[in-house]
Design a protein around this ligand. Structure first.
Ligand code: NOJ
Length: 560
């Protein structure tokens, strides 16, 4: 029998799942929230063009509600020529026709509200598309008002680029003005993604309108792309070079060969975000930045006083390989310094999926769950990337590479496509992502055990484990509301107290004794064998996290 969704349509695969928990309330709701990143292009196609769309997200919102998610981060769905799959925006206020319409957005927003879900729009302020009208006018008229919306500079004496900055996607971060002025424009990503000039107050004015418009259209907040970027050194000085670069290096390695003190991670950007905060304060929008810095103090500057960003992604941890000792130490440093302004994740659309990065197979999944469970006990938001709740590993791309990072740099370059494969919804051969013969990104079909339908129906699936994990913060608000107490820290393991809760994360490859859990009521374990008592000693198994409650009654969640 089929159920009916809140929109009155008949439910499809993965939709027959009830909303489990109430919506978080109050101005600080985001502090206890669990978010879910939807890579819109690969989530659900409804019009048969092989590309996921907004109507597809609406169709699957009940699935996310059933998982217990509080906020859905939607990757960019604005008008875009698609050189970087939406991160090159040609009109921030329009929906890309390939992904839907403004009516689809309204339907999505209304359905989210009915289900108690909030929506974060992914705003891209470091750069626009070269097809944006601002850039077209800047090129067409070097003396006109739009020229200064972008970063222009004269060549060096030999005619080369103004400095040694490199693009994330390969080559110099400078391209010659197509309008023939003889100047270069800056682009930290593709030449089709010219960087905006945030020293020009007009740019802030434009973005204040954009942010407010999306709030008025129902957005609850923003994921801010390249929030560690935006402002540039006014003198455009060279970045210090850390090591030699040579042809054939992966662009990410070339990029990492420089210290990005003049093009990224600048104090001025933290100051700028105070204006962002003011621009949407009356609308209650939450600002969460992408923050790819290795400097905890700089990170903290953006979030700790709560007058700039609300939170930022800790990519220093989220992008790492399996490094238990460093990970725990680093997480504790962010915990201490960032005043609850961390957003934790182990995967997103820009990196290899955690299951693959942490060793693959059962081991990779076990580690992913252990670390994610630990993150859920830290202050700050916790994000899950689409498909993580099914235990997905890196996709095998069978068609062409789509990611410009690899597609533009020759054969064999590592590609972000591995994390962007279509969601496997049902057990039918196309997994119900699209009715088109081939999806926009052609990947090897996943086993039926990894599909949403199979896992939502199976009592012991990975999905069920994630549902328990996601629900913990609502069942036990002490997990994010009570003071964070570091009870003990060892090499690769840590024990945290929050009121009557004890969280023991053992990321080592040996069991550890955990007397803090003696006699505790076990309320969550990241794996079915995570906790045992052997000869009177409580043990937490290798690569597992356990949450126990040592006493005291349940604290009720505020659902007003
Ligand atoms: C970070 C985004 O997550 C990534 O997908 C994009 O390519 C770059 N920013 C440039 O916008």
């Amino acid at each position: 029998m089929q159920a009916h969704t809140p929109t009155g349509r008949t439910a499809g695969p993965g939709e027959n799942v009830p909303r489990a928990m109430a919506r978080l309330s109050g101005a600080d709701w985001w502090r206890g929230a669990v978010g879910y990143e939807v890579y819109v292009r690969s989530f659900q196609d409804t019009d048969g063009n092989g590309v996921g769309d907004l109507a597809g997200v609406t169709k699957r919102l009940a699935y996310l509600a059933a998982l217990g998610i509080d906020v859905v981060w939607l990757t960019p769905f604005f008008a875009s020529p698609g050189f970087d799959h939406g991160y090159d925006v040609s009109d921030y206020l329009a929906v890309d026709p390939m992904l839907g319409t403004l009516d689809d957005w309204e339907q999505l927003s209304a359905t989210a509200k009915q289900l108690g879900l909030r929506l974060f729009v992914d705003i891209v302020p470091n750069h626009t598309s070269s097809h944006h009208d601002w850039f077209r006018q800047a090129v067409a008229d070097p003396t006109g008002p739009f020229r200064d919306y972008y970063v222009w500079a004269d060549p060096t004496a030999d005619g080369g680029p103004p400095n040694n900055w490199v693009s994330h996607f390969g080559g110099p971060a400078w391209t010659m003005d197509p309008g023939g002025s003889g100047q270069y424009y800056c682009h930290l990503f593709l030449p089709e993604q010219p960087d905006l000039n945030w020293a020009n107050p007009k740019v802030m004015e434009e973005f204040a309108v954009i942010l407010r418009t999306w709030c008025e259209r129902g957005a609850d907040g923003f994921r801010i792309d390249v929030a560690h970027g935006l402002t540039k050194d006014p003198e455009l000085r060279d970045n210090p070079q850390l090591r030699e670069v040579h042809g054939g290096m992966h662009p990410m390695d070339v990029f990492a060969s420089f210290q990005h003190v003049h093009d990224l991670h600048r104090h001025e950007t933290a100051v700028l975000f105070r204006q962002w905060r003011d621009a949407v304060a009356d609308l209650g929008a939450v600002l969460v930045g992408e923050m790819d810095t290795r400097n905890v103090d700089r990170f903290a500057e953006y979030v700790k006083d709560q007058n700039a960003l609300h939170a930022a992604f800790v990519l220093q941890v989220g992008l790492s390989d399996w490094e238990p000792e460093t990970t725990i130490t680093t997480m504790l440093e962010y915990q201490t310094k960032s005043n609850g302004g961390a957003a934790w994740e182990v995967s997103n659309h820009d990196q290899s999926r955690a299951v693959s990065r942490y060793g693959g197979g059962e081991l990779g999944l076990r580690r992913t769950l252990a670390l994610t469970s630990l993150m859920g006990a830290f202050d700050g938001m916790l994000f899950i990337y689409q498909g993580e709740e099914l235990g997905l590993f890196d996709a095998e791309v069978v068609g062409n590479a789509e990611d410009p990072m690899s597609a533009r740099n020759g054969e064999g370059m590592w590609s972000r496509d591995v994390a962007r494969g279509p969601m496997p919804w049902s057990t039918d051969p196309h997994r119900s992502f699209t009715s088109a013969p081939v999806a926009w990104l052609d990947t090897k079909p996943l086993p039926f055990e990894l599909t949403a339908d199979y896992q939502t129906d199976s009592p012991h699936s990975t999905w069920q484990r994630y549902r328990q994990l996601v629900g913990l913060r609502k069942r036990y608000p002490a997990l994010w509301q009570s003071p964070f107490e570091l009870i003990s820290q060892g090499v690769g393991h840590v024990t945290i107290g929050r009121d009557d809760l004890r969280i023991v994360a053992n990321l080592t490859d040996e069991p550890i004794a955990a007397s803090e859990l003696d006699g505790a009521d076990i309320i969550f374990q990241s794996a079915s064998d995570a906790v045992s008592v052997v000869e009177g000693v409580t043990l937490v198994a290798a690569e597992a996290t356990v949450v126990g409650r040592i006493a005291a009654p349940l604290v009720a969640v505020d659902v007003s």
